[in-house]
Ligand binder design. Structure first.
Ligand code: MG
Length: 286
């Protein structure tokens, strides 16, 4: 009946057997499939009692549907892709060393879901750099990050998250406006997206260059969308952290949370997104 699952407000699921739907609108599909360190555990299902197998099979057939929207705006890290290199990491290190004279890294900083500016601020504060010194050196630090990522972009190794190409193709085919809202610096974010082969899907992007808060980045995206489509345009953000959910709520937009990054399905569900997915592959039946 449905050829794709991106454009209906209701959550859809095969009729039987019944499957639990949390009140947030999210459907749990991961509870019998996930073990630490693994996104999917077919061995666990194959060893399960018959009734668990039946429920697991039903959940595999489930097709989730993203909130109806005119524009879809994606986070990068953990949502569109995961990088398996140190290009961005090393650029942040070099910026702190070169501009502030501090030989430190972002190791131990809870950087997932944070903007580059807030990550830098936290790492430097930990190393004893006060706010005034941070602000004084910030623009030069950003120049260093952009410079080093540009110089090393060939070494970026992105892994595209499951279901993302199909989701993007579907909403592009449907004529939706598609953009990026990321805590990366603009030059860094686009390089990652280019390396992943996804650039052709996006017509705009908002980043952290002049905006330390994620909600501020989201708000800038909404302003752009309203300018392009009108004040009543509906926007749905897609992100992988509680910070994406929080920012979308702050600006009054819908949010799809995907557990393709660091945070688990249960951690994201607890933040009550409009829809929570193990990954975007759940938007499609096959
Ligand atoms: Mg992210």
């Amino acid at each position: 009946m449905r050829s794709s699952g991106y454009d209906n407000e209701a959550l859809a699921l095969d009729p039987s057997p019944p499957t639990h739907f949390p009140s947030s609108g999210c459907t749990q599909s991961a509870s019998v499939e996930r073990v630490p360190g693994s996104r999917r555990t077919p061995d666990l299902i194959s060893c399960a009692p018959p009734q668990i197998k039946v429920v697991a099979a039903a959940r595999k057939l489930a097709t989730m549907q993203a909130p109806r929207a005119d524009a879809y705006v994606f986070d990068i890290d953990g949502t569109l892709l995961v990088t398996r290199d140190l290009v961005h990491w090393n650029a942040l290190h070099q910026a702190m060393l070169e501009v502030y004279g501090v030989d430190t890294t972002i190791e131990g900083i809870p950087y997932h879901g944070k903007t580059d500016l807030s990550i830098l601020r936290a790492a430097l504060a930990r190393a004893g750099v006060d706010d005034g010194r941070f602000r004084t050196g910030l623009e030069r630090a950003l120049v260093v990050i952009r410079r080093d990522v540009e110089a090393g972009h060939d070494a970026i190794i992105p892994m595209v998250c499951p279901g993302i190409p199909r989701f993007l193709e579907s909403i592009q085919k449907a004529g939706k406006l598609i953009g990026v809202a990321s805590g990366n610096l603009e030059a860094v974010g686009w390089r990652k997206i280019e390396a992943a082969g996804l650039k052709q899907f996006f017509s705009f992007g908002f980043f952290s260059d002049g905006c330390e808060s994620r909600a501020g980045i989201f708000r800038n995206a909404l302003t752009y969308i309203a300018d392009k489509l009108g004040p009543w345009a509906r926007t749905c953000f897609v992100g992988d952290t509680p910070f994406d959910i929080e920012a979308a709520r702050e600006v009054g937009a819908a949010i799809v949370a995907v557990a393709s990054g660091t945070f688990t399905f249960d951690e994201l569900t607890a933040c009550s997104p409009d829809l929570c997915l193990s990954d975007c592959g759940q938007l499609f039946r096959d």
